[in-house]
Each structure stands twice: as C-alpha cells, then as structure tokens.
Design a protein around this ligand. Structure first.
Ligand code: FAD
Length: 384
C-alpha cells in the first residue's frame, strides 16, 4: 500500500495535519495505536489560543472545529487575595483565545477527517519505521505502508523520535522543581480563569462546566505527596491561597499529579521523518501552550509537505525544523517566565527571587508595553 504521507498518532498534531493535507488534496493514512473511544475521551488541554484558532479559520475549518466556543476575555491574577483582571484581548488587538477542551477538538477533527473520506486506522499496534533515508516504510500489526514522508505525531512516548539515530538528536530536559496537584471538584466555577499568587503557594481554578471546577495546587515534590492529603486539607489550602475563606467546598471526583517539566529534541526532522507536537517537545502547562504548539507544528508541516508533493519545492520542508524550533523555544521561555512569576512568590522561595517575581507582576499593570507583550504571548504569535 502506498500513500504520500504516513501520519503516526491521532492526537491534536496528527489530526490537524491530516485535515490540512486532506484539504490540500494530499493523500495520507493515519495510524493510531489506541481505539477510537480512548482517543476521543482523553482530557487534557482546554484553551485554543487565537493563533491556533486562526489555523482552522484559514483552512476553512472554523465551523467544523470551533463553532460555538466561548471566547476568553479576562484572566484573574489574584495577588495575596487581591484581585487583578487582565484583559488580554484588549492589549492584543482583540485577539482572544477560545475554550475548546482537547477531547472536543480531537472529536471534531476526527469526524471532519472521516466524513471527508480520510483513512484513519485505530488500534494499529507495533508501529515501526524503516528506510527513512530512502523510501520510508511503516509496518504495524496486520499491515504495511510505503510513503514519501512520515509525520511523527505520536506524542512524547511514541515510536517516532526513538527511530532517529541517537547521534542525530540533541535533547534538552528541564525539571522546574515544582509539583502540581490537580483536583476536579463539584464546586461552582469561577467567572474568569483564576490564578492565585500567594506566600502559601500557587493555586488556580478553571471552569469545567456549569457546576464543576478544576483546581491546581503547587506542592513540593520529594517533600510531600498531595495524593495523601485529606480533602479537607486540600480545601483549606485552596481557601488560604485563593484568599477566599468562603470558597465553597464540594466532592472531589478526580485527583492527579501534573508534571512541570520541559523537553526539546533538535532537530525536529531526520531524512524523510518529521516530528510534530509532543513527539518533539514538552512544555509546562503554564501559559497553556502544549496543544497550541502541536497545532502550529502541524500547520507548518502541512504547508511544507504540500509544497514538496504538489509543487516539487522541498525548501519549506528543509526549513521545517528551524521554523518550528524558533516558536518552541519562544514558548518555552514564556512558560518559564510565567512559571517563575506565579511560583517564586511562595514563602519557601529565595527572598531575592520573591522580590523579582513581584516586580515582574507589577510591571504587567504599570507598563502597557509589558502588558501588550504578555497578551501577545497568550494570544499566540506568528513566526518570528
Ligand atoms: P498527543 O496528544 O500525545 O497524541 C499522540 C497520539 O499518538 C495519541 O493519540 C497516542 O495514542 C498516539 N500514539 C502514541 N504512540 C503511538 C504509536 N507507537 N503508534 C501509533 N500511535 C501512537 N496542554 C495545554 O496546552 N494545556 C493544558 O492544560 C494541558 N494539560 C495537559 C494535561 C495532561 C495530563 C497532559 C498529559 C498534557 C497536557 N497538555 C496541556 C499538553 C497537551 O495535551 C499536549 O501538548 C498535546 O496533547 C500534544 O498533542 P500531540 O498530538 O502532539 O500528542
């Protein structure tokens, strides 16, 4: 069996790429190791930034993908109980992100691709990549494909990155030294996305439907295990950090640990294999860029593959990795900047760093250019 592009993985990166190629008339086959219900129900990211939503608008997929989504306006940054409302869109020329939970985005992209006659094979086990420097072959349990190019969109634990000879890759890993504990609770959602900076530690609250909230609490990895915290203690910590003694409690229905780490593999390409999304990089959730970075990679890759296959121009493919790495590092820096601002205020931080974090926070309200930069990063940026 032959196809132009073999796409490994049906997450946000793989499905966006598949839809964009389909619209450009390029043939592709998507191989996904899990079954359809698993892929459709996986809850992760929640915010599509403005740049991400433009990718779908530009491709004529806005109705299919973002119809009816709520536009984000305010972010509440609460400092020791004191509310500050950041109006990102007004500082960014009206560019607003939209609330599109990742599982909804994935479901809509899947449906659109399949309705357009797309070839997506679920439960494709034991995917292996061969002959990447000549004509790539992809084998899996029960099948084999020959493709001009392979797109490795199979996430951090996928098979694609590992198919690149180790000597060809440079990897960067960074542990931010912070832990996040997240709980889903039957508690009234906040009016606006809320992040609280406090000497008691960072906490955040986001709406998850009309009657529930997802909370995040910073913890000290190694020194404590929040999965052992009684729920009463979790509520007590949330009231302290959010500076809201009247915060209503409620049943906690899910508890998880979120890793605060960063990873980048360079380059994002090897011969005829191109990595996109988490297969190439992991970013902390601060700034909500993980999914958006995956979509941006897929967009650049779709354009480059189309130029190579339709117009015999492989220039954009050759620069794919450099183009995507510039944005990747830009977003990594933003995520780190944001992480420091909201975590360094904690009582356990170095006193000098606590002052720096406060200065960083104050600048956002005192300096319109700083506010515009922050809003621009939240909205997502075009290529540098
Ligand atoms: P993935 O979504 O990981 O998709 C990869 C796909 O490949 C999966 O469907 C997988 O089953 C498949 N696959 C894997 N291995 C193989 C194989 N060998 N063969 C075939 N298929 C394979 N980002 C944010 O922006 N905001 C957030 O709030 C946020 N929260 C997160 C919470 C959690 C718990 C996690 C894990 C991530 C979170 N992220 C968040 C990050 C975001 O979800 C990812 O950046 C995004 O999913 C990346 O998309 P992707 O398509 O590159 O990879």
């Amino acid at each position: 069996e032959m196809t132009d592009v073999a796409i490994i993985g049906a997450g946000p990166a793989g499905l966006t790429l598949a839809n964009l190629l389909q619209r450009n008339g390029i043939s592709c086959v998507v191989l996904e190791s899990r079954d359809r219900s698993h892929v459709e129900d996986r809850q992760r990211a929640g915010v599509l930034d403005h740049y991400g939503s433009e990718i779908f608008a530009k491709a004529g997929l806005a109705d299919a993908v973002i119809a009816g989504a709520y536009r984000e306006k305010f972010l509440e940054l609460r400092y020791e109980g004191e509310p500050h409302f950041f109006d990102g869109p007004s500082h960014a020329g009206g560019r607003a992100g939209v609330i599109v939970p990742q599982q909804l985005l994935v479901r809509r992209l899947l449906t659109t691709f399949l309705e357009g006659g797309g070839d997506l094979r679920f439960a494709a086990k034991d995917v292996a990549l061969h002959d990447l420097t000549t004509t790539p072959r992809v084998t899996y349990a029960g099948g084999e494909l020959t493709a001009s190019y392979v797109a490795g969109c199979d996430g951090f634990h996928g098979v694609s990155r590992g198919s690149i000879p180790a000597a060809e890759l440079t990897t960067y890993s960074f542990d931010h030294g912070i832990g996040w504990y997240t709980v889903l609770a039957e508690a009234p959602p906040p009016r606006h996305a809320l992040m609280a900076i406090s000497e008691h530690g960072f906490a955040a609250q986001f709406a998850r439907g009309p009657h529930s909230s997802r909370f995040y609490l910073e913890y000290r990895p190694g020194a404590e295990d929040p999965r052992e915290w009684p729920d009463d203690y979790t509520w007590e910590q949330l009231r302290l950090r959010l500076g809201d003694p009247d915060l209503p409690g409620g049943a906690i229905t899910d508890k998880e640990i979120v890793e605060m780490r960063s990873f980048v593999a360079e380059p994002m390409a090897y011969a005829n294999l191109f990595l996109a999304g988490d297969a190439a990089h992991i970013i902390t959730p601060m700034g909500a860029k993980g999914m958006n970075l995956a979509l941006a990679d897929a967009d650049v890759l779709a354009t480059a593959l189309t130029a190579a296959l339709r117009d015999a121009d492989d220039g954009p493919l050759r620069s794919y990795s450099d183009t995507c790495l510039r944005r990747t590092w830009d977003y990594q820096e933003f995520s780190r900047w944001f992480t420091e601002m909201v975590h360094d205020a904690g009582a356990q931080s170095d006193p000098f760093r606590r002052r720096l974090a406060k200065a960083r926070f104050d600048r956002l309200w005192a300096n319109p250019k700083a506010a515009a930069w922050f809003a621009d990063m939240m909205a997502g940026t075009a290529l540098l």
